[in-house]
Design a protein around this ligand. Structure first.
Ligand code: G3P
Length: 217
């Protein structure tokens, strides 16, 4: 399973890259705004300068013409840019158009398996089911991931599933067990998945025993 960071923070991306744990990055307008950036495309460019893998950058327009225009502008930033398009009728029309032009599309704000099916049929390279937001409304998010994976397998779609709106390591564990292609997670979750309290206890005990015995290196 590939690990993407869901962030627009250069600091977090650099840290994740040092650990060799960033296969790609996903952004959205909320994440870029949170960083206090003044220029939307400038931040995407800064991310593209340090990340080798795919970088999802979202359009802001809601109509086909606007989406197509913004997609071209975002694509010109770097060959690694994947255009994030919302799951709407105009979005799906744009997805087909852009995919036919060879531009990779990540259809975002997916909340049902049938939305994912439509996106795949429109040529999306990626779909992003938002599992945490589904959990928030009492609808188990990971269940739709499993259904999407099954549907894609039934019809041999090459569209990859990016499990998004991840809130905790449990989402990542289930995604990996289900065989999801990608988990995109906040930096805080990436840090959490390194950790287990028994690892820390174990390290402490090894060092104490080494010192107690007066062992020479
Ligand atoms: O990748 C989608 C993600 O940014 C949404 O996460 O936590 O706002 O639901 P969240």
């Amino acid at each position: 399973m590939k690990i993407f960071l869901d962030t627009a923070s250069l600091e977090e991306i650099k840290k994740g890259l040092e650990w060799n744990m960033v296969d790609g990055v996903t952004t959205n307008p909320t994440l870029i705004a949170k960083e206090g950036c003044k220029n939307y495309r400038e931040r995407i460019k800064e991310i593209a300068e340090i990340v080798r893998g795919p970088i999802s950058a979202e359009v802001l327009a809601e109509d086909f013409e606007g989406m197509a225009r913004e997609a071209k502008e975002l694509s010109s930033i770097s060959k690694n840019i994947v255009i994030k398009i919302p799951m709407t009728e105009e979005g799906i029309k744009s997805c087909k158009f852009l995919s036919d032009e060879g531009i990779k599309v990540n259809v975002t704000l997916i909340f049902s398996p049938l939305q994912a099916l439509i996106a795949a049929k429109a040529g999306a390279s990626y779909v992003s089911p938002f599992v945490g937001r589904l959990d928030d409304v009492g609808n188990p998010g990971m269940e739709i991931v499993s259904e999407i994976l099954q549907i894609f397998q039934n019809y041999n779609f090459e569209t990859e599933v990016i499990v998004a709106s991840i809130r905790n390591p449990e989402h990542v564990r289930i995604a990996a067990l289900q065989g999801a292609h990608i988990s995109t997670m906040p930096f805080s979750t990436l840090k959490q998945i390194f950790k287990h309290p028994l690892t820390d206890v174990g390290i402490k005990r090894f060092l104490e025993d080494y010192k107690k015995a007066g062992l020479k290196w």
